[in-house]
Write a protein that binds this ligand. Structure first.
Ligand SMILES: [Mn+2]
Length: 336
């Protein structure tokens, strides 16, 4: 199947994989109009998508001209809607990144593409599937990780941010990642993000501890529930403080309409030390057993509702004891 000639816009995920996916398609389709959005906006049709749009790294919309994706859950939804995925123009495959699906498809069509795309997509595979075996591997700076850091910086307004995504998609289409990571505009954002990371690390350090009974320091618990303003943290930074930990749980207050409630939001994940290991630790199962949320074996989240501050403090104590009991009951396996 050839690519359609009437695509006018590329609608893509607003993350690193989304940018690389858009860049490859831009090259193949000769289209440089991009719309960056999140999966939620596509699922609930907040963004209007039509037959002249190519969609990548996002759920399948009601209609579009081309669809590329790699999220198994999105394929399930397509099947549940009674659509035969084979009839959708584009390609679905459970690859580590959507960019990999697109590169495979374009190569299969016999298109001549720049040689540096292979390296760009290899980095995208690692970043999008979080394929790291240790904290050291995760922290090691590569051109792709530097560009990804620049995306996470909070610089300027929302519209400035979208302009930057637009700019990057064009750069990634025409240049190797190493050249992009050395540009002034990108470097300035990386510097900004490093500062934000330092602040987040300080917040995490302040709230981090290990539970009673956790003698080997397996599960870092970060309690941020005392914060009066919404704390912005990246959970994985807890592993810099405790590189030997196998998992981390972060407890944050839930804010509604800018107001702090007594509800607790918990997010829990396995560390990169568990990647490639055989074990029975399943974070989604912990949330389901406690009946507070859901998720994958590697990462899950939940919410505990509380009527008062006292109830919240009691619920927090019980929640942590329960998490530890279930965590400890799941076989840690052997190091890879
Ligand atoms: Mn992706």
């Amino acid at each position: 199947m050839q690519l359609p000639h009437d695509i006018e816009r590329i609608v893509t995920h607003n993350d690193f994989d989304g940018i690389v996916s858009a860049a490859l398609l831009s090259k193949a389709l000769g289209c440089d109009s991009f719309l960056f959005t999140g999966p939620g906006a596509v699922s609930n049709s907040t963004v209007t998508i039509g037959i002249r749009d190519a969609v990548c790294d996002l759920p399948y919309p009601l209609e579009c001209g081309l669809w590329f994706d790699h999220h198994a859950g999105n394929l399930d939804v397509v099947k549940l809607r009674g659509i035969d995925p084979e009839t959708i123009p584009g390609r679905f495959d459970t690859k580590p990144s959507c960019a990999r699906v697109i590169l495979g498809h374009l190569t299969g069509l016999g298109l001549a593409l720049p040689g540096f795309y292979e390296e760009t997509v290899a980095e995208t595979d690692t970043i999008d599937s979080f394929d790291y075996r240790s904290v050291e591997e995760w922290r090691r700076e590569t051109p792709g990780k530097l560009v990804d850091m620049s995306l996470k910086a909070r610089v300027g307004t929302r519209s400035d941010h979208f302009d930057y995504l637009d700019y990057l998609a064009g750069r990634v289409r025409d240049n190797p990642l190493a050249a992009i990571a050395a540009e002034d505009e990108v470097l300035a954002r990386i510097r900004e993000y490093r500062g934000e990371e330092e602040k987040m690390s300080a917040l995490l350090k302040d709230g981090a501890s290990f539970l009673e009974g956790d003698r080997n320091g397996e599960l870092v618990v970060v309690d941020l529930t005392h914060h009066k303003r919404e704390p912005r943290v990246q959970r994985n930074l807890a592993y810099i403080l405790h590189p030997g930990a196998l998992g981390a749980a972060v407890l944050s207050p839930v804010f509604r309409g800018g107001t702090k409630t007594n509800d607790i939001s918990v997010s829990i994940s396995l560390s990169m030390n568990m990647t490639g290991r055989e074990h029975a630790k399943d974070m989604g199962e912990i949330m389901r057993l406690l009946n507070i949320g859901d998720g994958h074996p590697g990462a899950a989240a939940g919410t505990v509702h509380c009527d008062s501050k006292d109830a919240m403090l009691r619920a927090k104590k019980k929640l942590l004891a329960d998490i530890w009991r279930i965590w400890a009951s799941m076989d840690p396996g052997k190091p890879a």
